[in-house]
Design a protein around this ligand. Sequence first.
Ligand code: OGA
Ligand code: NM2
Ligand code: ZN
Ligand code: ZN
Length: 405
Amino acid sequence: MLSCRHLIGRFLVRRQASTQARLASPGIVEIDEADGQRLKYPQVWLRDNCQCTECFHATTRARKSNWERGPLHVGAQRVSYDEQCQQLQVHWQDEHKSVYELQWLRERDFGDAARQKYLDEVYRPPVQLWGKTQFEEVRREFLYQNVLDRDDVLKAWLEALAVQGFALLKDAPDDENVARRLAERIGYIKRTTYGDVFEVKSKPNAGNYAYLMVPLPLHTDMPYYEYKAGINILHTLVQSESAGGANTLVDGFHVAAEMRRLYPQEFEVLRSVPVNWYDIGHDGDQARPFHSLWRAPVVCLDVDGQVVRINQNTTKRDSRFTVPIEQAVAWYEAYDRFLRLAHDEIVEFKTRPGDVFVFNNLRMLHGRTAYEDSPQNKRHLVGAYVDWDIIYSKLRTLRFPQAHE
Ligand code: OGA
Ligand code: NM2
Ligand code: ZN
Ligand code: ZN
């Protein structure tokens, strides 16, 4: 890349200097742009993020400046804006000099709009909450083969998972490796106590309630894991010809939002009272025994107070409820409220062989209606999990390919 100095001579048309930089107190550098926009940066942040080779290692994108030498107490002596190079230059009290591209600075503006833009466009796309009346509107379908072959379709599918929370893939082959292939198309499959892929079917020595023909109540998988599976990929190989075997689905984040709005006190109970989620057993043919246990509330919030994870699985809730007795009683009231709100929002649909139902397992409460196998017709799904770290990472590489050059 050419440094700015090389470019100077080429700009024959001189533009009038209009962007101004100045030291503003206390400890702030301001840039007034030609269009009237004001950008502001703490001096300490500028020094911390100096991009010179002494302070920053470009290929590893790593800060290497030594904290012992600052930046906390090294003030800026002088700042100037170079119109031709479109750069902010800072001379520091310790003789160090830093140069920042205006575009780089704009992207890191501390104003509300720029921060929100980064969170929405780069961190995570904003979720679209939905109730049952909006199901048709939020429902997305993609062809299995297109997801495998085309990056634009892969991206659209991952965006649907992030935003609407679920999607249906159609026309997958009658092949037990479909769920695995999709997981590997995103990145890495998540291995759990149930294997890397698992078979959802009625099994003689069922080690999990899902491996029975009974109705499967609304749940999220694996509340008993600290690192709970991010998405669930369920490929239908054989669907039940009996009346049941249909999927039930509810947007758990929507239910939590409704509960927060309508019943704030009960919401607070669900958010704060820890429940013991457990899973003890062994999976069918797999000999390895397991004893999973994770203590967490039904509704988990992130650092911004947004709902990030729902834990709910009646079959995996430990009878050991290790909270003070008054909390336990209040919790049952709140839990009942939550489940009632959820039941009012259930949508039901029945997948067909070749369908792959994929959903955010931190968000979507899902279940299944009871079914009956017959000797000629045994319902059979193959499932796999992928973690959100892997999915968001893949989505960002698809959205910003130039960042990896
Ligand atoms: C599960 C599950 C859905 C189904 O196994 O956890 O949600 O349709 N199964 O069997
Ligand atoms: N399976 C399908 O949380 C759970 O145990 C739900 C998970 C067995 C891997 C079922
Ligand atoms: Zn530096
Ligand atoms: Zn499930």
